[in-house]
Write a protein that binds this ligand. Sequence first.
Ligand code: PGA
Length: 246
Amino acid sequence: MELVVVDSYRELSLWAANRVADLIRRKPNAVLGLATGSTPLGLYEELVRRHREEGLDFSQVTTFNLDEYLGLPPDHPASYHYFMRENLFAHINVRPGAVHIPSGVAADIEQECIRYEEAIRQAGGIDLQILGIGRNGHIGFNEPGTPFDSRTHVVDLAEDTRRANARFFNSIDEVPRRAVTMGIATIMEAREILLLASGPEKAWAVARTLEGEVTPEVPASVLQRHPRVFVVADRGAAAQVKKLAG
Ligand code: PGA
């Protein structure tokens, strides 16, 4: 894993946007793995700007999002379908048919998980996966304890995750208790991974990811076994990394 420490959230967003834009220029039909949450917002804003002002072309790009809440329809303002539309897809020229997000309202959710895995395979796999990280080290919605060989699956959300995400809802009671997420094995098959982390509340998780034991108790620690991972962290998020202190 390569750690990139940057001075600000803005710099983190630009670093990630450069990486995505370089990939799309090199491979116009790239397959992107996308994440939700606050962390990638600056990246998406910058990609929209580059599309508008510099003609960054998404017309052949395919995208797969990590996860979705179970039970939230795509037009629910706290759903990840809605989030991605508002913050990225409505503002770039990606083809609607090339956008993939697991359905949180499929009649047969097990079948939906299988279909999602199959769609990723059909697209040729993910070239570049964007990840945030939970305060507990989760990636996607793979909470501590998730087996490393998991594929797209339904999860029970950790209370800490529900509390952290309650800001997107009227109250914590409205935060769904379950979600559907790419599994750890699904994420690990991406050819390159960018993990973005901002702020001191991520410092423990970032340090454990980079320097801790590889254990399902810290899901992101599995990334130590991936050949091409960049952890892009601002100073707050990198604050507990020992090798920086030395
Ligand atoms: P955040 O979420 O970007 O909103 O902090 C990250 C995550 O929980 O994976």
